[in-house]
Design a protein around this ligand. Structure first.
Ligand SMILES: O=c1ccn([C@H]2C[C@H](O)[C@@H](COP(=O)(O)OP(=O)(O)OP(=O)(O)O)O2)c(=O)[nH]1
Ligand SMILES: [Mg+2]
Length: 146
């Protein structure tokens, strides 16, 4: 499907692309005029210059890139970020520097990836009892014990 996109502060960099035919996400680039310097544990809101019009029933997720995480200790703080289908503002990326050193972001750096997904909506149906399962209420490391 074609996704309507409005671009502000058009940069020399191309629109986000699927890097390979099998890629789930398109890498988002920092649309910034000056470098952003992030101290250890500092966070920032990075503009992408992109405004999109998602069809109803879809969302876009802003997910971290593993390369940024392992090489620089940078990740999306609110991972995955949620872009609602009725959002018409600029897609922005909340990054945090979890490394012990200062990190620098440059214009055009691929800082996150955008994954489009269909979403389901539900209505609540209140009940007194839920169907039993083997797991029942077990969680948080409950399985695999002798
Ligand atoms: O990483 C993100 C997360 C959100 N957004 C935008 C799109 C989204 O539709 C809107 C609201 O996001 P969210 O629902 O996560 O934030 P909130 O704190 O609940 O704000 P709101 O009350 O506006 O929904 O902000 C981004 O641009 N990047
Ligand atoms: Mg919200």
């Amino acid at each position: 499907m074609n996704l309507p996109v409005k671009i502000v502060n058009r940069s020399p960099f191309p629109l986000p692309q699927y890097a390979t035919v099998g890629s789930s996400g398109m890498d988002l680039r920092a649309n910034i005029s000056e470098d952003i310097v992030l101290q250890s544990l500092e966070r920032c809101l990075v503009p992408t210059g992109l405004f999109i019009e998602l069809p109803p029933g879809y969302e876009a997720q802003v997910r971290p890139r593993s390369g940024m995480a392992i090489k620089h200790g940078i990740t999306c703080l609110n991972s995955p970020g949620t872009i609602d289908s009725d959002y018409r503002g600029e897609i922005k990326v909340i990054l945090i520097n979890l490394s012990g050193e200062e990190q620098r972001l440059h214009a055009g750096d691929r800082i996150a990836q955008l994954v489009l997904q269909k979403i389901e909506k539900v209505d609540w149906k209140e009940v007194n009892d839920l169907e039993e399962t083997i797991r029942s209420g077990g969680g948080f490391g409950s399985t695999g014990k002798q």
